[in-house]
Design a protein around this ligand. Structure first.
Ligand code: PGA
Length: 257
């Protein structure tokens, strides 16, 4: 069984000193667990200073986004190549990027390829919007997002990556409706069966699948009990050290049960 994974997406919050203070508090409150991997995804600006402060026995770093070209005249962008020594993971195709920055399926595919090419593990976000859900298109959306995003990868590369199922309607920023674990289970099963069809049984069993809709320390347990759920991607609640450390503790307690 793979380790449980908890990812904190700090989004566009916290300047360098605020992020450093939050990390300090989290380091104080978090025990070293072999069973749980905790990943912090601060803003790009903060990655470098946090990398000097971080206790690597407790946390790893992720970027929230990067550009898919390795180098060139792309003013304002940061490439995966530049992040190589700084992060283990990068979030790719988060709904905020798809919705606010019109990131297309093809751009997500290029980013996934660049991420893997630069030895960074992608955390690919997939999920349907409220409108798509209402129209009964959820399964088709997952299919399209997965087929396109992964089309340049081998089965081995897919095995090693992470997929976060984030129903857009269940994210705090959008509608923040609490998803029922039963519905999340169906979508996570759909993700694994898409992977099985495209890359075989082994890849479908090994790829880590997270729940990425809104969670707090009270309801996180319900999602972690879903069969095949390898952890959570936490947004709003990860900005509060008390909430986030108690989510990590719950994940740990459930993983040793
Ligand atoms: P949320 O966001 O926990 O604030 O709903 C999750 C995410 O979008 O990363």
């Amino acid at each position: 069984m793979s380790k449980k994974l908890v990812v904190a997406n700090w989004k566009m919050h916290l300047n360098t000193s605020q992020a450093s203070l939050l990390l300090h508090r989290l380091q104080e409150r978090t025990r070293i667990h072999r069973e749980v991997e905790i990943v912090l995804a601060p803003s790009m600006l903060v990655l470098q200073p946090l990398s000097l402060q971080i206790d690597r026995r407790k946390f790893r770093l992720a970027a929230q986004n990067a550009y898919y070209k390795d180098e060139g005249p792309y003013t304002g962008e940061v490439s995966f190549t530049m992040l190589q020594d700084l992060v283990h993971y990068c979030i790719v195709g988060h709904s905020a990027r798809r919705v606010y920055f019109n990131e297309t399926l093809e751009e997500v595919r290029e980013k996934i390829s660049a991420c893997v090419r630069n030895n960074i593990t992608p955390i690919l976000c997939v999920g349907e919007t409220k409108q798509e859900k209402r129209l009964g298109e959820g399964r088709q959306v997952l299919h399209d997002q997965l087929v396109t995003a992964l089309s340049n990868l081998t089965a081995r590369e897919v095995e090693e990556m992470v997929i976060a199922y984030e129903p857009v309607w269940a994210i705090t920023t959008f509608d923040g409706i609490m998803a029922k674990p039963y519905d999340v289970q169906k979508s996570m099963d759909a993700i694994r069966s898409e992977i099985k069809e495209l890359y075989g049984k082994k890849a479908s069993e090994r790829v880590r699948v997270l729940y990425g809709g809104s969670v707090d320390d009270k309801d996180v347990g319900g999602y972690l009990e879903i069969e095949g759920c390898d952890g959570v991607l936490v947004g709003a609640a990860s900005l509060n050290y008390f909430q986030f450390s108690s989510i990590c503790e719950t994940v740990y307690q459930l993983s040793i049960k």
